[in-house]
Design a protein around this ligand. Structure first.
Ligand SMILES: Nc1nc2c(c(=O)[nH]1)N[C@H]1C(S)=C(S)[C@@H](COP(=O)(O)O)O[C@H]1N2
Ligand SMILES: [Mo]
Length: 256
């Protein structure tokens, strides 16, 4: 059983036992001391809708090499259990390619070599997980807007959906997925990262490629991306809330 499935079953049992709504890291967040502490540092979570709207275009804080955390832990899935993923991992992801589909004029499949031939961006940022940990790391990857320049999004595209390799249920179903809007998608610091702290992205952190959308909380940072689709709405995808954790009670907009 995966850690994630374990955790969700625990929340479900708890919800059943107390007769309350499903509890997740997101629900715990609002009344924890940790949340209050982070808020009081003044550089992190948003303090209300007004502040949030004003800062949508702003850059996330970037740090220096001296600020790097000694380790960047793995959270959630650390090795997807699907046979396809494990076969790809064994071959060092040589057979992996990224499919970009949906509301685009030019659907494409890109190999890692093609992705790495595009202009890259390197950024040192802080990752904040709702479960109560943060870490500063250096990410290198391809800005999503570079990929959009190749696929030509159609005017009715409103969201970008990231389909991941890891099943969240023991029977292999319920793949992790996430979504962001076009504003975040075109943001300078939104990259598909293939390096962490100067080395190839490790499997535990989302190999071969993962999203960094730096003004959002940890669960938006989709790992193990297999496919990207541009869509007009996400109501008809999985639980309809725009992401795995969103379908389980977290907010879709996880701005920090
Ligand atoms: N595919 C996938 N992406 C994921 C997760 C996951 O379980 N599967 N966990 C999320 C959560 S809650 C966090 S905090 C970060 C953790 O990234 P890390 O494992 O590199 O620390 O990835 C996010 N993206
Ligand atoms: Mo997280």
């Amino acid at each position: 059983m995966t850690h994630q499935t374990d955790r969700r079953k625990f929340f479900r049992r708890l919800a059943g036992a107390t007769g309350t709504l499903l509890l997740t890291g997101c629900d715990k967040l609002s009344d924890s001391e940790w949340f209050g502490h982070v808020l009081s540092t003044g550089e992190s979570l948003n303090k209300g809708a007004h502040h949030l709207l004003r800062t949508r275009k702003a850059m996330a804080q970037e740090f220096s090499e001296a600020d790097l955390s000694p380790d960047f832990r793995s959270n959630g899935t650390s090795f997807p259990e699907s046979a396809e993923y494990q076969t790809m991992a064994k071959a060092d992801f040589k057979d992996w390619s990224l499919e970009i589909a949906g509301l685009v004029a030019t659907p494409l499949k890109l190999t890692m070599a093609q992705i790495q031939a595009l202009p890259s961006r390197t950024q040192i940022t802080r990752h904040d997980c709702v479960e109560g940990w943060s870490a500063i790391a250096k990410w290198k990857g391809t800005p999503l807007h570079e990929i959009f320049a190749l696929v030509n999004p159609l005017p009715n595209a409103r969201y970008v959906v990231f389909y991941c390799a890891d099943p969240m249920e023991d029977d292999g179903t319920d793949l992790y997925y996430e979504s962001i809007d076009m504003e975040d998608a075109y943001h300078k610091q939104t990259i598909l990262a293939y390096e962490l702290n100067g080395t190839t992205l490790p499997i535990k952190n989302g190999a071969p490629i993962r999203l960094r959308v730096e003004r959002q909380l940890g669960y938006k940072q989709a790992k193990y991306i297999m496919k990207i689709a541009l869509v007009a709405q996400f109501d008809d995808i999985a639980g309809g809330k725009g992401g795995y954790w969103e379908d389980n009670g977290c907010e879709w907009y996880a701005g920090i």
